[in-house]
Design a protein around this ligand. Structure first.
Ligand SMILES: [Zn+2]
Ligand SMILES: [Zn+2]
Length: 297
C-alpha cells in the first residue's frame, strides 16, 4: 500500500515522501538538504535509502536542496526535459537524470508514476498520480487553475495532496505584497485559492477518497483553519464529511500514513501482522513476521 509523508510544505520549501514497501520516492527537494535528511530521519526513514526523486517543476521552493542532497547519493532524478535543463544550469555536479515528457507514465520499482501537465508559471510543471495497483495517490502542487485533465487524472484517488495557497480576502487585504505579486499569485498560472482547492476536491471525490492533505499554505494570506473549513464545508455539501482533511506545515513533517484505510477486520481471522503500523519501515529488514492468533469466543 502507498504511504504519504509531507516533509514540509509552503513557499519556503516543499518536499514529500511517497512509499510503497521498500520503494521510497521523494517528491520535490525544496527544503535544504539538511532539512530533508533530518525530517526523513524524524520519520524513521534513512535518507540514504531513497529510491528516486521526482520533480514537479524548477522553482526554488521545489528544487533548492536537490544538488547538495544528491551530492553524496547516486539517486535517479526524474524531471521533464525542460525542467531538468533549467535545474541543471544551477547545479555544480552532474546528477543521474531520468527524462520524461509531461503526460508520460513511468515505473519506479513497483509504483507506476503518471505525470500530467498543470498550469503554473514554470517551464514545464507537472502533477503526479502514484499507483501501486491496490492504492492511488494524487499530488498537485502549484497550479493556477484546475484543468479538465487535472480533474481526470485525480479522479478516484485514495488520498489527494493538493495545494491550498491563499484565502482570497486575506490576499486582497495583504499589505506586504505589491499588486503585481497578488496578480501573479491569483492568476491562471499562479496558485490555487482555498475555494479552488475545495472545488477540485469535491469534483474528484470518488467513493474511494479517504483523505485530503492541503499544502503550500501562504504564511500571510492563509491559515490552516480557514483552508480546512473551506474544504470540509464543500465535502459536507456533497455528503462526504467522512473524508479526513488535514494541513501540511512548513516547519515539521506530517508523518507517514497509509493513503487508504486498513481493510476492515475479518470476523474469523487466523493471522494478523506482527506490526501492522510499520508497512513502510525504513530499514531493509525482512518483511514483518506473521503470527498465529487463537480467537476465544
Ligand atoms: Zn512554483
Ligand atoms: Zn511552490
Amino acid at each position: 500500500m502507498l504511504h504519504l509523508a509531507v516533509l514540509g510544505s509552503g513557499s519556503s520549501g516543499n518536499s514529500a515522501l511517497v512509499c510503497n514497501g521498500e520503494t521510497r520516492i521523494l517528491v520535490d527537494a525544496g527544503l535544504s538538504a539538511r532539512q530533508i535528511a533530518e525530517r526523513l530521519e524524524s520519520l524513521g526513514v534513512d535518507p540514504d535509502s531513497l529510491s528516486a526523486i521526482v520533480l514537479t517543476h524548477e522553482h526554488g521552493d521545489h528544487a533548492r536542496g536537490l544538488g547538495v542532497f544528491c551530492k553524496k547519493r547516486s539517486l535517479p532524478v526524474y524531471a521533464t526535459a525542460r525542467t531538468g535543463a533549467v535545474v541543471r544550469d544551477n547545479l555544480a555536479a552532474p546528477l543521474a537524470w531520468r527524462q520524461f515528457e509531461a503526460g508520460d507514465a513511468f515505473r519506479i520499482d513497483g509504483v507506476e508514476v503518471r505525470s500530467f501537465p498543470v498550469p503554473h508559471d514554470a517551464v514545464d510543471p507537472v502533477g503526479f498520480l502514484f499507483d501501486c495497483g491496490s492504492t492511488r495517490l494524487g499530488v498537485v502542487s502549484d497550479l493556477g487553475h484546475v484543468t479538465r485533465l487535472v480533474e481526470e487524472r485525480l479522479r478516484d484517488v485514495d488520498t489527494l495532496f493538493t495545494e491550498a495557497n491563499y484565502d482570497e480576502t486575506l490576499l486582497m487585504n495583504d499589505t506586504k505584497r505589491p499588486w503585481a505579486t497578488k496578480q501573479r499569485i491569483g492568476n491562471r498560472h499562479g496558485h490555487l485559492s482555498n475555494d479552488q482547492a475545495a472545488e477540485l476536491v469535491s469534483t474528484v471525490a470518488g467513493t474511494r477518497l479517504h483523505r485530503v492533505v492541503l499544502g503550500h499554505l501562504s504564511s500571510d494570506c492563509n491559515q490552516p483553519e480557514i483552508a480546512l473549513e473551506a474544504v470540509r464545508r464543500r465535502l459536507a455539501a456533497i455528503g462526504r464529511a467522512d473524508v479526513l482533511v488535514e494541513c501540511a506545515g512548513r516547519r515539521e513533517a506530517l508523518p507517514l500514513q497509509p493513503v487508504a484505510p486498513p481493510p476492515p477486520p475479518a470476523l474469523y481471522r487466523e493471522e494478523i501482522p506482527a506490526d501492522p503500523g510499520h508497512v513502510c519501515e525504513p530499514s531493509r529488514a525482512a518483511a514483518p513476521e506473521w503470527r498465529q492468533t487463537e480467537w476465544a469466543f
